[in-house]
Ligand binder design. Structure first.
Ligand code: 13P
Length: 270
């Protein structure tokens, strides 16, 4: 089995102005340094609101933290008369490495749907960044027992026409809507079932090598108490964390537990 580097991404959503963001990063730097955190063992990503991206980056650089910065959405167009929009090029130039695409909150409150999601993924890849495509069922699909097919269909609707090289750079976040911000977390088995089904989609569409490279994250009330058990499934490669990413201590604990779980898992598989 290919060794995939786990990802712990903090989606701050619409929280923290740039001063609060600065305070958070200072605290995180101190916590990770104190814990002798091995930055090579995981990709830690902070995804602030647009207004805090630059402040976060400046501090990450000053503190010599080996973490990445990302954005929570992006325009599918390159430039022009699109009031309020931000292009992928602008984010790349700023130093962003990841962009969330199709988060359920964006699908609900903004016109982010399968048609423009494909173009957004394309724009992010063309700018040299990695998209984190979010999928996941609502309570209704789960009640009907169609949650796996639903998540795979959402992946397939966006991902079917990319090259192998492009597909390899995409991350998928399985975020069941009923688990987001509710304190109700998927069981380790259902997180694994979804991640396994999504990886199987990549295997049948793009082949073994791509499917073994794509990182599949879990999101939805993930925290330091459930991170280790959620990482037990072989196809879960880390987390897209919402609420718990706003607490530097909790976020650094999740990062450390994810690294430890990935290491334990690799030992078990060897
Ligand atoms: P919570 O961790 O707050 O449930 O949010 C998950 C999420 O939406 C991350 O993108």
């Amino acid at each position: 089995m290919t060794q995939r580097i786990p990802v712990v991404a903090g989606n701050w959503k619409m929280n923290f102005d740039h001063l609060e963001a600065t305070y958070f990063i200072q605290k995180l730097a101190w916590l990770l340094r104190d814990a002798h955190f091995n930055y090579k063992a995981a990709d830690i990503v902070i995804m602030p609101p647009f207004t805090s991206i630059r402040s976060v980056e400046v501090l990450v650089e000053a503190e010599k933290m080996k973490i990445s910065v990302g954005a929570q959405t992006v325009s599918e167009t390159a430039e022009g008369a699109f009031t309020g929009d931000i292009s992928a090029q602008m984010l790349a130039k700023l130093g962003c490495s990841y962009v969330i695409i199709g988060h359920s909150e964006r699908r609900k409150y903004h016109p982010e749907d399968d048609a423009n999601l494909v173009d957004k993924v394309r724009a992010v890849l063309a700018a040299g960044m990695s998209p984190i495509l979010c999928v996941g069922e609502s309570f209704e699909e789960r009640r009907q027992g169609i949650e796996l097919g639903y998540a795979v269909q959402q992946v397939s609707d966006v991902m079917r026409d990319f090259s192998d090289e492009e597909a390899r750079k995409v991350l998928i976040a399985y975020e069941p809507i009923w688990a987001i911000g509710t304190g109700m977390v998927a069981t380790p088995q259902s997180a694994q079932d979804a991640a396994g089904a999504i990886r199987e989609y990549f295997r049948t569409t793009y082949g073994e090598s791509v499917s073994e490279s794509v990182r599949i994250l879990y999101g939805g009330s993930a925290n330091a108490s459930n991170a280790s058990s959620l990482m037990e499934g072989p196809d879960v490669d880390g987390f897209l964390v919402g609420g718990a990413s706003l607490d530097a201590e909790e976020f650094s604990r999740i990062a450390r537990l994810t690294v430890k779980s990935a290491k334990d898992r690799a030992h078990r598989a060897a």
